[in-house]
Write a protein that binds this ligand. Structure first.
Ligand SMILES: Nc1nc2c(c(=O)[nH]1)N[C@@H](CNc1ccc(C(=O)N[C@@H](CCC(=O)N[C@@H](CCC(=O)N[C@@H](CCC(=O)O)C(=O)O)C(=O)O)C(=O)O)cc1)CN2
Ligand code: MET
Ligand SMILES: [Zn+2]
Length: 762
C-alpha cells in the first residue's frame, strides 16, 4: 500500500482555557489586581499549551494568531490601524496606563467613550466587535503583536500556519456610516500585502485566510471585491488557504476557482455534498482542506462515516487532500478531561476540542497508513457510536407520541390581541406607559458564591434555597422602592437562562467545565441535548409564586423560549432541529400552564436567539421561521386571554424578520433598541407592528447611568411610530452583568421618565 501524506490541521483553538484561565486573568486585570505582565503571561502560557496539544497529536501545522485577549475581529481593527478616531484622546485620570488599556477601551468603553458595537458572529453565540470605519479611515498596519505571536509559535515548531481574517470579510462585517465600504478596499488590501511579505520573510509556507462571508448571499459588488482585493495578492507571498465555513459555498465555485489562492477549506459537516463538486472544480495545484469534524457541536465523530466520505477522493487528490474540523474550535469547550461528574456512557459519545484534535490525527493515520494502523482507535469509536445509536436513554415513547399528535393542539391563542388586551387590562389595571425590566438583576458575587458552595456540597439544598429567596426578596423590595409597575423575581437562582432549564429537563446532560466564549471574558456552558426532551416537573412555579407573594404588583413569570433553548444548547445531530424545537416547545407549554394555574398573570417567554437561528442563506429563511414561530406559539397558546404573554429579543438585527416576530403574537415584546438610537423602532412603525412594544431605552452593557433626558428623548421618538397606549418603558436587556448601585439609579431615572411623560400626556 502506498503511503499518503495527508495533512491534518485545525482552523483555530478555543482561547478561554480549560478552566477559564483567560477569563479570570482578564477580570483580575480589569480590577487592577494583576499587572499587564501577569495577563500577558497567562495568555502566552495558554498559546503554548494549545500549540503543544496540536504538536503532540501530530498535526501537520500548529495554527497561530488564532488567539485574542478579547476578540479576533477587534484585533484585526487594531492590526490594520483602524481604531475609531474617537478613542484617540488619552482618557483623563490614567496617569500611567498599561498598554492593554487602550485595546480594552475599544471593546468595553471608557469614561469618555462608549464601547465599539458588538454583534453575533454569523449564526453562532460568539459576539465580535464590529469594525467602525469612516470616510477618513486610513489603514496602516501595526505588525508588532501579530509577529510576536508568530515568533512564539515558530520557536515551538517550524511548521506554523498563521490565520488572518480576509480583507473582504473584514470589510463586509464592519460598519461604515455614510460611505461605501468598498471604497476602502484598496487601502486595506495593500496593508495585507505588506503583511504577506513579512510572512514570506519568515518562511511561512501557508497562510490561512478566512473568508467566512462566502456562507452568505453575496451580490456582484461583493464578489467583484474579492477579485479586486485578491489581485493585490499576486506577489511573492506564502501559499493561501482560502477558508470558508458554516455553509455550502459551491454556488461560488466558478468564481472562487479564479482567485489567486492555493487551496480552499470547505465545511463538510454542514454540507458534505459539496466535496465531490469541489474536487472536480479546483485547479490542479490547489489543495482541499476537508472540514470533516464538527466544530460547532460536541458529538464524537463517526470515523467510519468520515473515512467513507473521503475514500472516493483520496487517490485522486493524494497529498492535496487535507483534513480539519469544519470551522474554528472556538465554538466548542476545551476538554472532556475535567468532566468527572458526567455520566460515563454519555461522556463516551462526546468530543470537545482536545478530543477532536485526537480524532483528526486518527483519521489522518487511517488515510496515510491504512485503517489497520488505527484498528484499536477505530474499534473504540465504533463502540461509542453504536452505544449512542442504540441507547434507550435517547428515545422516549411518550415524547414521540406527543410530537406525533401535535396537530391536535391549537397553536393560536383563543382570542385576537384586541380582545386579550381588554381582558388583561381588566385584570392588571396598569398605568399608561408601564415600566418593567427584562428579568435578571445583578448576579452578585454573593449569589455566585452561594451556588458554587451548593454545587460543591458545602451548603445544603435548604440553605441554598433560603439564600436565593433572600436575594429574590431583596430584588422585589428594590423594585417597589424604585416604583416599577411590573416586577420580576430577578433570576438569582439561574446560572444561565438556558443552562438552568437544561438542568431540569429530561433528555439533557450538563457539564462542569464545558465553557464556550460568548464575548470577551463572558462564557456560557451550553447544556447537551442527547435525547427526547420533556419536563418531569414544574421548573419555576415555586420561585414565581414566592416572588408574587411578596408584592401586590404583578411579578412576571420568567421562561426561556424553545428556540433560544435550542440555539444555546448543544443539540442532537440524529434528528432535525425542528423536532427538538417542538419537544422543547411542549416542555415550556407545560410550564406556562402550571404558572397560569398558580395565578401568575404575566409570563415572559424570552426568545433572544430567534434571529441567531436564522439560516445564513435567505432561501432557507421561510422554512426556519415557520417552525420557529410555531414552536413559540405552541408554548404560549395555552395562556388564557387574561394571561399576558411577553417575549424579549436582543443582540440582533430584527428588521428583516418583523413579519415573523409579529406572527408570534406575543401580547408584549420588549426589545433592544437603544444602541441604534431606536432605528429599529422605525421599522416596527413602518411595518405597523400590531401588539404592545417596550423599546429598550438604555443599553445595559455599560455601567454608565443613562440620563432622564436621554431616555425621555428616546421615548418621544417612539411616540412618533407606535401608538402611546401600546408602549412600555424598559431597559434593553437583563441586568445580570451589572452592579446594584448603577442599576438602581438607572431604573429610578427610567421611572422618572415614565412619570414625567404621563404628566405631560395627561
Ligand atoms: N447561554 C446564553 N447565551 C447568551 C446569553 C445568555 O445569557 N446566555 N446572553 C448573550 C451573551 N451574554 C452573556 C452575558 C453574560 C454571560 C455571563 O455572565 N456568563 C458568566 C457565567 C454564567 C454562569 O454560568 N454562572 C454560573 C457559574 C459561575 C462561576 O463562574 N462560578 C465560579 C465560582 C463563583 C465565582 O466566584 O464567580 C466557579 O464555578 O468557579 C453560576 O452563576 O452558577 C461568566 O462568564 O462569568 C454570558 C453571556 C447572548 N448569548
Ligand atoms: C439575553 S436575553 C436575557 C433575558 C433574561 N430574562 C434576562 O433578563 O437576563
Ligand atoms: Zn436580552
Amino acid at each position: 500500500m502506498t503511503k499518503n501524506n495527508i495533512k491534518a490541521h485545525i482552523l483555530g483553538y478555543p482561547r478561554v482555557g480549560a478552566k477559564r484561565e483567560l477569563k479570570f486573568a482578564l477580570e483580575s486585570f480589569w480590577r487592577k489586581e494583576v499587572s499587564s505582565d501577569d495577563l500577558q503571561n497567562t495568555a502566552k502560557n495558554l498559546r503554548a499549551e494549545h500549540w503543544q496539544k496540536q504538536q503532540e497529536a501530530g498535526l501537520a501545522f500548529i495554527t497561530s494568531n488564532d488567539f485574542s485577549l478579547y476578540d479576533h475581529v477587534l484585533d484585526h481593527s487594531v492590526l490594520f490601524g483602524a481604531q475609531p478616531k474617537r478613542f484617540n484622546k488619552k482618557p483623563f485620570g490614567e496617569a500611567n496606563p498599561a498598554p492593554e488599556n487602550a485595546y480594552f477601551a475599544l471593546a468595553r468603553g471608557n469614561l469618555e467613550q462608549p464601547a465599539m458595537e458588538m454583534t453575533k458572529w454569523f449564526d453562532t453565540n460568539y459576539h465580535y466587535i464590529v469594525p467602525e470605519l469612516a470616510s477618513d479611515t486610513q489603514f496602516s498596519i501595526n505588525v508588532h503583536d501579530f509577529l510576536s505571536q508568530l515568533d512564539e509559535a515558530q520557536k515551538i515548531s517550524k511548521n506554523v500556519k498563521p490565520v488572518l481574517l480576509g480583507p473582504v470579510s473584514f470589510l463586509y462585517l464592519s460598519k461604515a456610516r455614510g460611505i461605501n465600504k468598498l471604497d476602502l478596499l484598496d487601502g486595506l488590501a495593500q496593508q495585507y500585502v505588506y503583511l504577506l511579505q513579512e510572512l514570506q520573510l519568515r518562511k511561512i509556507e501557508w497562510l490561512q485566510v478566512d473568508e467566512p462571508i462566502f456562507a452568505l448571499d453575496l451580490d456582484d459588488a461583493w464578489l467583484k471585491a474579492f477579485d479586486h482585493a485578491y489581485s493585490w495578492f499576486r506577489t511573492s507571498r506564502p501559499k493561501l488557504l482560502l477558508t470558508t465555513y458554516f455553509a455550502n459555498v459551491s454556488r461560488y465555485q466558478a468564481f472562487i476557482t479564479n482567485l489567486p489562492v492555493d487551496g480552499i477549506h470547505i465545511d463538510l459537516v454542514r454540507a458534505p455534498e459539496q466535496l465531490g463538486p469541489w474536487v472536480n472544480a479546483i485547479p490542479s495545484h490547489w489543495v482541499i482542506s476537508a472540514g470533516v469534524i464538527d466544530g460547532r457541536n460536541i458529538w464524537r465523530n463517526d470515523l467510519d462515516k468520515t473515512l467513507a466520505l473521503l475514500d472516493p477522493w483520496v487517490k485522486r487528490l493524494g497529498d492535496r487532500l487535507w483534513i480539519a474540523p469544519s470551522c474554528s474550535l472556538l465554538h466548542t469547550p476545551v476538554t472532556l478531561a475535567h468532566e468527572v461528574k458526567l455520566d460515563a456512557e454519555i461522556k463516551s459519545w462526546l468530543a470537545f476540542a482536545d478530543e477532536k484534535i485526537i480524532e483528526l490525527s486518527i483519521i489522518a493515520k487511517a488515510l496515510n497508513n491504512g485503517v489497520d494502523s488505527v484498528a484499536q482507535e477505530l474499534a473504540i469509536s465504533r463502540a461509542a457510536i453504536a452505544s449512542r445509536n442504540q441507547s434507550n436513554r435517547v428515545h422516549d415513547a411518550n415524547v414521540k407520541a406527543r410530537i406525533a399528535a401535535l396537530n391536535t393542539l391549537n397553536e393560536n391563542r383563543e382570542s385576537t390581541f384586541e380582545l386579550r388586551a381588554k381582558a388583561q387590562k381588566a385584570r392588571l389595571n396598569l398605568p399608561l406607559l408601564p415600566t418593567t425590566t427584562i428579568g435578571s438583576f445583578p448576579q452578585t458575587p454573593d449569589i455566585r458564591a452561594a451556588r458554587a458552595a451548593y454545587k460543591k456540597g458545602d451548603i445544603s439544598q435548604a440553605k441554598y434555597d433560603a439564600e436565593m429567596e433572600a436575594h429574590i426578596a431583596y430584588a422585589i423590595a428594590q423594585q417597589e422602592e424604585i416604583g416599577l409597575d411590573v416586577l420580576v423575581h430577578g433570576e438569582a437562582e439561574r446560572n444561565d437562562m438556558v443552562e438552568f432549564f437544561g438542568e431540569q429537563l429530561a433528555g439533557y446532560a450538563f457539564t462542569q467545565n464545558g465553557w464556550v466564549q460568548s464575548y470577551g471574558s463572558r462564557c456560557v456552558k451550553p447544556p447537551v441535548i442527547y435525547g427526547d426532551v420533556h419536563r418531569p416537573k414544574a421548573m419555576t412555579v415555586g420561585t414565581a409564586s414566592f416572588a408574587q407573594s411578596l408584592s401586590s404588583r404583578p411579578v412576571k413569570g420568567m421562561l426561556t423560549g424553545p428556540i433560544t433553548i435550542l440555539q444555546w444548547s448543544f443539540v442532537r445531530d440524529d434528528q432535525p432541529r425542528e423536532t427538538t424545537a417542538m419537544q422543547l416547545a411542549l416542555a415550556i407549554r407545560d410550564e406556562v400552564e402550571d404558572l397560569q394555574k398558580a395565578g401568575i398573570a404575566i409570563i415572559q417567554i424570552d426568545e433572544p436567539a430567534l434571529r441567531e437561528g436564522l439560516p445564513l442563506q435567505k432561501a432557507a429563511w421561510a422554512q426556519y421561521l415557520a417552525w420557529a414561530v410555531k414552536a413559540f406559539k405552541l408554548s404560549a397558546s395555552i395562556a388564557r386571554d387574561d394571561t399576558q404573554i411577553h417575549t424579549h429579543m436582543c443582540y440582533a438585527e430584527f428588521n428583516d424578520i418583523l413579519p415573523a416576530i409579529a406572527a408570534m403574537d406575543a401580547d408584549v415584546i420588549t426589545i433592544e433598541t437603544s444602541r441604534s438610537a431606536m432605528e429599529l423602532l422605525d421599522a416596527f412603525g413602518e411595518f405597523s407592528y400590531p401588539n404592545d412594544i417596550g423599546p429598550g431605552v438604555y443599553d445595559i452593557h455599560s455601567p454608565r447611568v443613562p440620563s432622564v433626558e436621554a431616555m425621555e428623548k428616546l421615548m418621544k421618538r417612539a411616540f412618533d411610530v407606535v401608538p402611546i397606549e401600546r408602549l412600555w418603558i424598559n431597559p434593553d436587556c437583563g441586568l445580570k452583568t451589572r452592579g446594584w448601585p448603577e442599576t438602581k439609579t438607572a431604573l429610578e431615572n427610567m421611572v422618572t421618565v415614565a412619570k414625567s411623560l404621563r404628566e405631560q400626556l395627561a
